[in-house]
Design a protein around this ligand. Structure first.
Ligand SMILES: Cc1ncc(C[n+]2csc(CCOP(=O)(O)OP(=O)(O)O)c2C)c(N)n1
Ligand SMILES: CC(=O)[C@@H](O)[C@H](O)COP(=O)(O)O
Ligand SMILES: [Mg+2]
Length: 641
């Protein structure tokens, strides 16, 4: 039986001789490539964490001694070694294996949030709790060099370094990259440490040489001890970590299990906070992932394992349209600058960066800094465009509220992956932005429905000069163009019902579904007018005027219902003392298990069938309450004829 599938858990792994580890690593690597080729996933990061994870589970007794993975996208090997290798057939799929650690999957998994730079804070908390209970077990955190550029990581390090008797082993998995090469002073400091010969390597080489030399017994021990002391003085570099009061072990070859084990055992023996600096290569052992476009192998779709060629071609993506329009704007306006939080390619800023390198800033995985730095750029007369995934904006809410909006600074935030993303699980769905941003005074938010409105609304956003403007669009391919019948202020009328039965306010990516549902409703004699508000914040007075003429208003959004368009429109109607009933459809405030976008939207009842049925139910209730539904279609200015 192959070695990997013979392991029931870490105890079996620890029982194997270290000489078998290269064979096990090769098997794991082969399983990663063949499996992720079928499902898609984070191949590059996991190929880089094979030996490191094997060594961790041979030195530490998970789950009793917690191993916390930062971001968690590199925990596939951890899952394989903790009894879940069979689950990779359905990686990132509904009822399959999560692409991140999952507490419901295994007691070995502690943290399932995929937002970076959190692991050290969890480790700090765990270590403090153990210390309070007089428990001396160590806590291990695996943090990437990218995640180490996030502010929380340094807040945690500041705390971890404060207690020299709390055993926290921090494994820095340093492959020099987030998606792209990691930027900034932290990256440079790691690079300078990385370039120095590793104490562990040298020690292992000396030990192997001595074992071959005619030296035995105490003479061997004395020689080794003397050499270790000498090596330590010469090779063990001083660095930023030791200045902080953290012991430092490394740099060590993160692809050599024996060396990693030695380093981890030494770190464990300290009994206090210690950094093990593992040097790895993203995509290690699979040439396509090591050579061309390493960015692309960070999170890959389905591919041919033999050639590395991507198998599934998708249509033009929302991101591409944004990238192209921003580039055009950048050629027209020298004051427009771009900011990314270590995701230049995924957020579509690469073309802008290529053309305007001096106007593009990669701040590392530091969204909070990105927003406040953008406020600074704006205060000096520029117009920053900050491109982040919707879910990652959450951590920069206060910066957007107080550093940008309070100061009425013209910053444009572009939220890619807004709405349900699905296969990256609960912490990746962009389902929070319209809820949290609806409370920001002076903020304008647009939700384009197609390429034309994306380009148009991006241009409108960068024209805003007295506060933040936000654009949100989903992951994936663009829909066909959706023309408007007419424009009223900022809103587009997309379909006109014969009677003022129902006004359907369709937001962004769900417009096609709403139009289809309106046709279904019409088949049952219910007349539905469909409008796209385009700018959902602030609520358009034209929308309020229009809504006043209908018997029922239904809002549909790919975002949490709390604080969404349904809520803000209801409040706007109340403020005008207009008593038209509003029914809002959106995502329930819950954490969705991984699945396809379609599956999660269906779970939330956001399908044309569900929407048509709900409209029929609501109108039936209203019919029971009132004498009939039909009202004359309101005149263009929204008043009754
Ligand atoms: C707050 C936050 N911003 C952005 C991301 C997107 N993201 C996922 S992994 C990753 C790069 C992580 O780099 P590193 O920590 O070095 O791990 P590696 O992939 O190199 O192993 C980024 C930016 C995220 N998960 N969380
Ligand atoms: C782990 C992480 O946050 C990202 O790598 C995430 O997987 C985004 O994937 P997409 O870019 O495919 O949406
Ligand atoms: Mg990295």
């Amino acid at each position: 039986m192959p070695l990997l599938r013979s392991l029931r858990g870490p105890a079996d792994l620890r029982a194997l001789p270290v000489e078998q580890m290269p064979a096990l690593a090769a098997e794991i690597r082969d399983t990663l490539v063949t499996s992720v080729a079928r499902t898609g996933g984070h191949l590059g990061p996991n190929l880089g964490a094979v030996e490191l994870t094997i060594a961790l589970h041979r030195v530490f007794d998970s789950p009793r001694e917690p191993i916390v993975f930062d971001t968690g996208h590199q925990a596939y090997v951890h899952k394989m070694l903790t009894g879940r290798v069979e689950g990779f057939e359905r990686l990132r799929q509904r009822d399959g294996l999560s692409g991140y650690p999952s507490r419901t999957e295994s007691e070995h998994d502690w943290v399932e949030n995929s937002h970076a730079s959190t692991a050290l804070s969890y480790a700090d908390g765990l270590a403090k709790a153990f210390a309070i209970r007089g428990d001396k077990r160590p806590v291990v955190a695996v943090v990437g060099d990218g995640a180490l550029t996030g502010g929380m990581a340094w807040e945690a390090l500041n705390n971890i370094a404060a207690a020299q008797d709390r055993p926290v082993v921090i494994v820095v998995n340093d492959n020099g990259r987030s998606y792209s090469p990691t930027i900034g002073g932290v990256a440079d400091a790691l690079a300078s440490l990385r370039l120095r010969p590793g104490y562990e390597q040298a020690l292992l080489a000396v030990r192997q040489a001595l074992h071959r030399a005619p030296v035995v017994g105490s003479a061997l021990y004395d020689a080794l001890h003397a050499i270790k002391k000498g090596l330590k003085d010469v090779l063990s570099p001083q660095g930023m970590f030791e200045d902080l009061g953290l012991k430092y072990v490394g740099p060590v070859d993160g692809h050599d299990v024996e060396v990693m084990e030695s380093a981890l055992r030494r770190a464990r023996s300290f009994g206090g906070p210690v950094i093990v600096h593992a040097v790895t290569t993203k995509g290690f052992g699979y040439p396509p992932a090591e050579t061309d476009q390493i960015d692309a192998w960070h999170a890959t779709g389905v591919f041919d394992p033999d050639s590395g060629a991507s198998v599934r071609k998708t249509g033009q993506a929302w991101t591409d349209a944004f990238a192209d329009e921003l580039l055009r704007i950048g050629t027209e306006r020298a004051d427009v600058v771009a900011i990314t939080a270590a995701m230049l390619h995924p957020t579509g800023l690469a073309p802008f960066a290529e053309r305007f390198p001096e106007r593009t800033f990669d701040v590392g995985i530091a969204e909070q800094h990105a927003l406040t730095s953008a406020a600074g750029l704006a205060m000096a007369g520029l117009h920053p465009v900050v491109a982040v995934y919707s879910t990652f904006l959450n951590r920069a809410f206060d910066q957007l509220l107080m550093d940008v909006a309070l100061h009425r600074q013209p910053v444009t935030v572009v939220l890619d992956r807004a709405g349900v993303t699905g296969d990256d699980g609960a912490s990746h769905n962009g389902m929070w932005d319209m809820s949290i941003l609806s409370v920001v005074p002076g903020l304008r938010l647009a939700a384009p429905r197609d390429e034309a409105t994306l380009r148009e609304e991006l241009r409108e956003a960068v024209e805003v000069t007295d506060g933040p403007s936000v654009l949100r669009f989903p992951k994936g391919s663009l829909p066909p163009e959706i023309p408007a019948l007419e424009r009223r202020g900022t809103l587009d009328v997309l379909r006109r019902g014969e009677r003022a039965d129902v006004l359907l306010v369709a937001v962004g990516s769900l417009v096609p579904m709403c139009l289809a549902a309106a046709e279904r409703a019409a088949d049952h004699g219910i007349e539905v007018t469909v409008v796209d508000p385009r700018w959902v914040l602030p609520v358009s007075p034209k929308l309020v005027d229009l809504a006043a003429g209908y018997r029922l208003v239904v809002t549909v959004e790919d975002c949490g219902r709390a604080g969404g368009v349904g809520t803000t429109l209801t409040q706007a109607l109340q403020d005008r003392e207009i008593d038209v009933p509003v029914r809002s459809m959106g995502l329930p405030q819950k954490f969705f298990e991984q699945g396809s976008r379609g599956q999660v939207l269906a779970d939330a009842g956001l399908t044309e069938q569900d929407l048509a049925r709900r409209i029929a139910e609501w109108t039936a209730v209203l019919t029971d309450r009132a004498e009939g539904l039909s009202r004359p279609v309101p005149s263009p200015e929204g008043q009754q004829q």
